[in-house]
Design a protein around this ligand. Structure first.
Ligand code: GTR
Length: 428
């Protein structure tokens, strides 16, 4: 925990110029002082929700509305002019294991307009259509595997020596930099397609990123544009991009679009959760170390807090979210209700022992407190009251594991997600 947490707390301090955020990062369970959680099973009218139909027809829309208005903002509709262009197909990629496709999504139908590039691998020698994993990446599609045929991203990204990014652009050195996080060959060998997009294609990840992303392209109304309290933030934009990728997957006859698992790590895990909440076509949702603003309960003062995240990354959320910076208990929702928005679809929450910044216990408790909603559908949740020991996955339709190690996605995490998908997509 300590080095990453310390680094992030220092970063928060540097960015904000105050020591308050550092003090707020509590790592002592004895000092956790959590306000009562809102009850997902009580309607705004005060009536209890006791059946799945009332949940689906009344309570779910109420909660979705609250998350849109207070946390992530409202999403834009799918543009009618959107087009897909398949820009490359290699039938013998990954030593013949897979077919590699690259698809450009022209959001406004124009080649010189906003766009994103999907990298998709489909297993060869497998009965089609196949289920798929879909997630955003941090440093460009060319980083997810050493495959030299992947188009090198030309989009802006933050300079990072290790990631091979110089002067805001990727270099050849970056190829395969995130291979361990994607486990592409393993996923393919297990019979799944896997698709990814660089999040920065949709919106660059910084405070001014919206100016060159989909938010400017689709909801900017000129120089005097003022973001409204419930306008979408970067997480909204990125999750919207995931839905547009699913729009493409629905058109690809190799893919079973009824079985697409949306996944993501860290800020992109928060994004996967919001995509799963807003787009019920996603059949499974996986949150890897998503932490504050993701799976972790907001009301717990452990690790990253609302105060810290809204100072450091205000652009991720809707403007109204920042008004809760020093008063998280005033939020009308908490993150167990975000998990509940996945019901009755399978949802997996993963934490790591050295990722205390993301509050593993708070992530577990979100899953636990979403359980009563799954119970309305007669779907079993975590099945345990306390977090399991590291390396002991628990749960059925809500699943959880605590991996030993740092903030990352590893082969171990993928093994669990693949088994979870096998179980729920009935591919034993
Ligand atoms: C951190 C942030 C976390 C998490 C992480 C990441 O700096 O505080 O909420 O999202 O970034 O995305 O790697």
């Amino acid at each position: 925990m300590k080095s990453r947490s310390l680094f992030l707390a220092l970063l928060a301090t540097t960015v904000c110029g105050t020591a308050a955020e550092t003090r707020e990062a509590n790592y002592d369970e004895a000092k956790v002082n959590m306000a009562p959680l809102p009850d997902p099973l009580v309607l705004a009218s005060g009536q209890p929700v006791t059946d799945a139909q009332t949940w689906t027809k009344q309570r779910r829309p109420e909660l979705l509305e609250l998350f849109q208005a207070h946390v992530y903002g409202r999403l834009h509709a799918r543009p009618a002019e959107m087009k897909f262009e398949v820009t490359g197909v290699e039938p013998a990629a990954l030593h013949g294991l897979a077919t590699r496709k690259e698809i450009t999504v022209l959001f406004t139908g124009k080649k010189d307009g906003p766009k994103m590039n999907i990298l998709l691998y489909v297993p060869n020698n497998t009965k089609k259509p196949v289920p798929a994993f879909l997630g955003l990446n941090f440093f460009g599609n060319h980083t997810v595997d050493p495959d030299p045929g992947i188009t090198l991203s030309t989009a802006w990204m933050r300079d990072n020596k290790e990631a091979g990014v110089v002067n805001g652009r990727a270099t050849e050195k970056a190829r395969g930099f995130q291979t361990s996080r994607w486990q592409i060959e393993k996923v393919i060998q297990r019979g799944y397609a896997t698709a990814t997009i660089y999040c920065g294609d949709i919106e660059p990840d910084h405070g001014e990123g919206w100016k060159t992303g989909v938010r400017a392209a689709l909801s900017y109304e000129g120089a005097n544009t003022q973001w409204k309290p419930d306008d979408w933030g970067a997480i909204g934009a990125w999750s919207w991009g995931l839905s547009r990728a699913l729009d493409y997957l629905e058109t690809d006859k190799d893919i079973n679009a009824q079985q697409v698992a949306v996944h993501g790590h860290s800020r992109l895990g928060k994004t996967a959760l919001w995509a799963g909440a807003t787009d019920e076509r996603f059949a499974m949702v996986i949150s890897n170390d998503s932490g504050e603003g993701g799976a972790a309960l907001t009301r717990r003062n452990f690790g990253e807090t609302t105060a810290i995240i809204t100072k450091t990354f205000p652009h991720w959320f809707c403007p109204r979210y920042s008004t809760y910076a020093s008063n998280a208990p005033a939020l009308p929702v908490d993150q167990h209700e975000l998990i509940a928005l996945m019901a009755p679809r399978p949802v997996y929450i993963a934490s790591a022992t050295e990722d205390q910044w993301a509050d593993p216990r708070g992530e577990f408790l979100s899953g636990k407190n979403a359980g009563p909603v799954y119970a309305l559908f007669e779907k079993a949740g975590l099945g345990v009251a306390e977090p399991p020991k590291p390396g002991q996955p628990v749960g059925d339709f809500i699943a959880y594991h605590l991996r030993t190690g740092k903030h990352d996605i590893t082969e171990y995490d993928w093994e669990q997600y693949l088994s979870f998908a096998d179980r729920h997509f009935r591919r034993k």
